[in-house]
Design a protein around this ligand. Structure first.
Ligand code: 4NP
Length: 150
């Protein structure tokens, strides 16, 4: 059975859509299913931020068809690994858990990958350079996470 991975950030328009696209690209041909969600519902139904779409496209990854959705308690039952971008996402995702087993599925993408960065910084109020930084960090993390899990 495929291992199910869910990438989570706040709005599901900047970081987690990139993480979903990068993870899908890197895990192609392997037995994984990947999706993404946001802890907030501000952007439900929206396409990824144009700056995330642009940095992904520059690196050969098309994320333009994704649509934002909010993280639900059912996601935490369904997915095997829930990889969050920052400490606030971790708190918000933990709040949806109803067991220790569910909490154990959730981790920071950075620490689960053995990366020394503490979190994936929110680029929403930043510029193109911040999106480049997010892309490289998430790419390294997904590569290292997959090396540990395959
Ligand atoms: P994301 O970025 O969590 O990486 O999708 C954000 C998107 C929207 C907002 C904040 C962060 N917002 O405040 O609307």
């Amino acid at each position: 059975m495929a291992t199910k991975v869910l990438m989570v950030c706040l709005g599901n328009i900047c970081r987690s859509p990139l993480a979903e696209g990068i993870f899908r690209h890197l895990s192609s041909g392997k037995n994984f299913v990947v999706d993404s969600a946001g802890t907030a519902n501000y952007h439900t139904g929206a396409s990824p931020d144009h700056r995330s779409v642009a940095v992904a496209a520059k690196n050969g990854i098309d994320i333009s068809n994704q649509k934002a959705r909010q993280l639900t308690p059912a996601d935490i039952v369904t997915f095997d690994h829930i990889l969050v971008m920052d400490e606030q996402n971790l708190k918000n995702a933990h709040a949806l858990c109803s067991s220790a087993n569910q909490r154990d599925k959730i981790s920071l993408l950075t620490s689960a990958s053995g990366h020394n960065a503490t979190q994936v910084p929110d680029p929403y109020y930043g510029d193109e350079h911040d999106f480049e930084t997010v892309f490289s960090l998430v790419h390294e993390c997904c590569k290292d996470w997959l090396a540990k899990h395959t």
